[in-house]
Ligand binder design. Structure first.
Ligand SMILES: [Zn+2]
Length: 221
């Protein structure tokens, strides 16, 4: 665009700074118009990208994509509390997350053939087994492993079946509802035993005051 007058401007620009003062403002206007159009395109593209993320869960919950929980309000090896679901011992989880785990398990466990085994675990202060450069969500008390013997690290998230196997289609939907990520969906090494929380402490509080109030009053207590 604007190609036609360019040769004249280019030819005269160096000499026209003094000779033809109108040449420079003209070039600036063109540049400004391109900048505005370019910025508009970037804004639209960003808007589309953001709206394409399936990150909304139950009211109050919004998925944070960061792989570093300290960037969204959590403390590694911080305050932990014992957690159990219907008498099944999960060890410890980050204080404040118990009812989110309860609500998720209330939906997930009935969909697992045979339910839970005693192979369960959450808080563990260690690095990510599949990516040792980063701390595991387990080290924040924000990840739980469920029926780990039947859903081992590296096993496929989808297409497996059997006693104590976590069904992929159900797991991914329930995880999304609570703004968790399910390890069966991980790119690279899949880890179908693994669920991790991607919301802030403040979002859990909002959720508990609304949708979570009913969910958390369920049989898991
Ligand atoms: Zn795990």
């Amino acid at each position: 665009m604007g190609a036609a007058p360019a040769p004249a401007n280019i030819r005269t620009w160096s000499q026209s700074v003094t000779a033809t003062p109108w040449a420079k403002p003209s070039g600036q206007r063109k540049y400004r118009r391109r900048l505005v159009i370019g910025l508009a395109i970037v804004c639209v593209a960003l808007g589309l990208a953001v709206s394409a993320w399936p990150e909304e869960g139950q009211p109050g919950l919004r998925q944070n994509r960061s792989q570093d929980p300290s960037s969204f309000g959590w403390v590694r090896a911080g305050a932990m509390v014992p957690f159990s679901w219907q008498g099944n011992n999960f060890g410890e989880v980050a204080a404040g997350t118990e009812r989110l785990w309860t609500a998720m398990l209330d939906e997930l466990v009935p969909a697992i053939p045979g339910g839970l085994t005693n192979e369960l675990g959450c808080y563990q202060n260690r690095r990510n087994a599949n990516n040792p450069g980063v701390w595991s969500f387990h080290s924040y008390g924000l990840a739980c492993d469920i029926n780990y013997g039947d859903n081992p690290n590296g096993a496929a998230g989808y297409g497996r079946s059997g006693l104590h196997v976590i069904p992929g289609e159900v797991a991914t939907d329930i995880a999304a509802k609570y703004c968790m990520l399910w390890g069966g969906d991980f790119r690279g090494v899949t880890d179908p035993m693994h669920f991790e929380i991607h919301v802030t402490p403040a979002q859990i509080s909002v959720w508990l005051a609304g949708a979570g109030a009913a969910a958390a009053a369920g049989p898991g207590g």
